[in-house]
Write a protein that binds this ligand. Structure first.
Ligand SMILES: [Zn+2]
Length: 294
């Protein structure tokens, strides 16, 4: 059952607010993708106070199109119409919606729909991990974080919002979805561990969409993927093939070469765009992605 979207906290489209009227010419007056975020809050009420309405705490600085709570009772907030721009990914952005280098015209706030999902983020002092938290590495692959899982009701609401987005802007395809940490890798950590495959299969009603993210959340699997694709990671690890789960200089160098060879920005940072490049490279070599990373 769809939840009713709460429009009581829309941000007025006027100077001094974190909204821009309509989409801009460099992207053909339309958004090119969807940037998924986590709020780093426990509830939607705080997200709403920070981002929503005429007098948000971050008034004139940051906003989003949607805020999605953890339960149907919290529901979905709309802060900015899909016809206008919300200011949700600007600072620290180096990549655009397709993984290419970003410039001022293509930064997130000008080019993508921004969706905040209520999630406290990763375990840290004051935020203890639960038994069911997700292990996912940072884009530099050097640290594994424990991330709060998204709830089933929340995933259903993300699918609902996603369906609304692609109904309004049907040019946004499966590969046009990414996390804040994918366009600002090394600067932002949201949304490591995000259930992209579940959400996208729901939005596009297509169970054949591959999960290119989950199997690559951990450094060991990233190393195994590179090795399967012919990269030389030395002789570290129990199998002597270079896969030891400890991402160091040799992994960095091999990964840099992979990025160069596959038309990626050579920044040493593992993103959604990397996941797709690895998946495509395995397809080309006739390797089964899931089996190779099992
Ligand atoms: Zn974010």
């Amino acid at each position: 059952m769809p939840v009713e979207i709460n429009e009581d906290h829309m941000i007025p489209v006027e100077p001094g607010q974190a909204v821009g009227r309509s989409w801009l010419a460099p992207t053909g007056h339309r958004p090119m993708g969807v940037t998924w975020h986590w709020t780093a809050t426990w509830d939607l009420a705080l997200c709403r106070r920070v981002l929503g309405g005429a007098n948000a705490e971050r008034k004139g600085i940051a906003s989003a199109h949607y805020g999605i709570g953890r339960s149907n009772a919290e529901g979905i907030d709309r802060y900015v119409s899909l016809d206008n721009r919300s200011w949700h990914a600007g600072r620290g952005q180096t990549l655009r919606w397709d993984g290419r280098r970003s410039n001022n015209d293509t930064k997130g706030a000008r080019a993508t729909v921004g969706v905040e999902t209520v999630n406290i983020g990763y375990a840290r002092p004051g935020v203890a991990a639960g038994d069911d938290w997700i292990e996912a590495a940072t884009p530099n692959s050097r640290h594994v974080q424990q991330v709060q899982p998204w709830t089933d009701e929340q995933v259903a609401m993300m699918i609902q919002a996603g369906k609304e987005i692609v109904a309004r802007w049907p040019q946004i395809g499966v590969r046009d979805h990414h996390g804040h940490h994918d366009v600002c890798p090394g600067y932002k950590e949201d949304v490591a561990g995000f259930p992209f495959a579940r959400v996208l299969r729901g939005i596009y009603d297509d169970d054949t969409i591959p999960d290119v993210w989950g199997p690559l959340w951990l450094p060991l699997k990233r190393q195994k993927a590179l090795i399967a694709l012919g990269c030389d990671l030395g002789t570290f690890g129990p199998d002597g093939d270079g896969a030891d789960g400890d991402w160091g200089r040799v992994s960095d160098e091999a990964f840099g070469r992979f990025q160069q060879d596959h038309g990626q920005v050579d920044n040493g940072l593992w993103t959604t765009f990397t996941c797709w490049a690895v998946y495509d490279a395995m397809q080309e070599r006739g390797l089964d992605f899931e089996q190779t990373l099992a």
